[in-house]
Design a protein around this ligand. Structure first.
Ligand code: FAD
Length: 297
């Protein structure tokens, strides 16, 4: 049986306490949230922190709410809580689309939104979701809070802008008139994505007024497809344009072959899933605005 190397264990009682523990133990310490990524890495000795700072008691980081017309999701919100959140699903159904396909109930009951983004696994679903939604990350350090657009949050695979002495405290998404959707292909229920795409749309009549596209598991830089977004905005929201946007998104990906599939297949999925997510978002927009009674997808 694999066991982690020896480490100190500390339980933080507040964000300030967690920050002081990070400062006391230095860069060899790590926060532990759900532990679903960090603990397996420690067992494999891919991570060997000298101190683990447990932030599971920080109830102030575990809430979902609306403040000043902005949806705020605490970093310690569990996947299961986001899946169950009516307020998040009402404004951004993309959260429910993605969450119901993340892992299984055991992982969803424990794994957190903040841990998922900070892990920055290139196949992580919520990273693509918050990228599509143009979310913001609220990061706290000894000198206070700073806000970073999620599109600038990831600096590489498994790397983010969060410093060794900082804590991601929340994700925020301004509430606006839009429709969103997430499409994922997995080899079997509960698996990581072979590929997935999220889309957010605001239409003005038949024209695309705003578009957000996030991709995961296909080597999209920062989980983002800016070229496809640019192509869409200002043009008609037609199937042909959505297919072209999917092709543009796929052209700018750099998928790598692995046990989930060859690179060419993943690129194909990037195009197809982007197109499908855009169609589903358009369907939802029209449903909200009473211009279409058809089925989704
Ligand atoms: C079997 C299995 C299947 C999975 N399938 C999927 C899937 O299909 N899709 C998907 O997206 N994910 C999947 N996951 C990952 C899951 O979503 C994890 O919950 C997530 O990767 C990590 O969240 P965590 O709360 O467990 O973080 P932890 O493991 O506790 O931490 C991960 C990293 O983030 C850091 N960290 C945690 N919280 C903070 C914070 N607030 N501020 C700063 N740093 C922080 C930690 O120090 C650590 O480096 C799967 C995991 C497992 C075990």
């Amino acid at each position: 049986m694999q066991v982690p190397a020896q480490f100190q264990y500390e339980k933080a009682t507040s964000v300030e306490h967690a920050l002081s523990l990070l400062s006391r133990y230095g860069p060899e310490s790590r926060l532990v949230a759900g532990g679903h990524s960090l603990i397996p890495m420690m067992k494999l000795r891919l991570a060997q922190p000298q101190a683990l700072i447990d932030i599971n008691d920080l109830a102030e980081l575990a809430t979902i709410g609306i403040q000043e017309n902005t949806l705020t999701i605490g970093a310690m919100v569990r996947h299961a809580d986001l899946l169950a959140s009516a307020v998040a699903g009402e404004h951004f159904p993309i959260f429910h689309d993605a969450e119901r396909l993340i892992a299984d109930p055991v992982v969803r009951n424990r794994g957190t939104v903040g841990g998922s983004l900070c892990q920055a696994d290139p196949s992580e679903d919520l990273s693509a979701v918050f990228t599509a939604l143009r979310g913001e990350a609220v990061i706290q350090g000894a000198d206070g809070q700073r806000v970073v657009p999620v599109r600038e949050f990831f600096t590489g695979p498994y790397e983010t802008v969060v410093g060794d002495d900082e804590i991601l405290v929340a994700l925020r998404v301004p509430i606006r008139s839009s429709a969103s959707a997430y499409q994922k292909v997995e080899r079997r229920a509960g698996d990581w994505a072979v590929a997935a795409a999220g889309a957010e749309l605001r239409l003005d009549g038949d024209q695309v007024a705003e578009a957000g596209i996030g991709l995961t598991a296909v080597g999209a830089r920062g989980f983002h497809a800016p070229e496809a977004e640019e192509f869409l905005v200002g043009g008609p929201a037609t199937d042909e344009r959505f297919e072209r946007a999917g092709a543009i998104a796929a052209e700018h990906c750099e998928p790598v072959a692995d046990q989930r599939g060859p690179a060419g297949y993943k690129r194909h999925l990037a195009a197809t899933l982007t197109t499908r997510a855009l169609r589903q978002a358009r369907q939802r927009w029209r449903g909200q605005h009473g211009t279409d009674a058809g089925t989704e997808g």
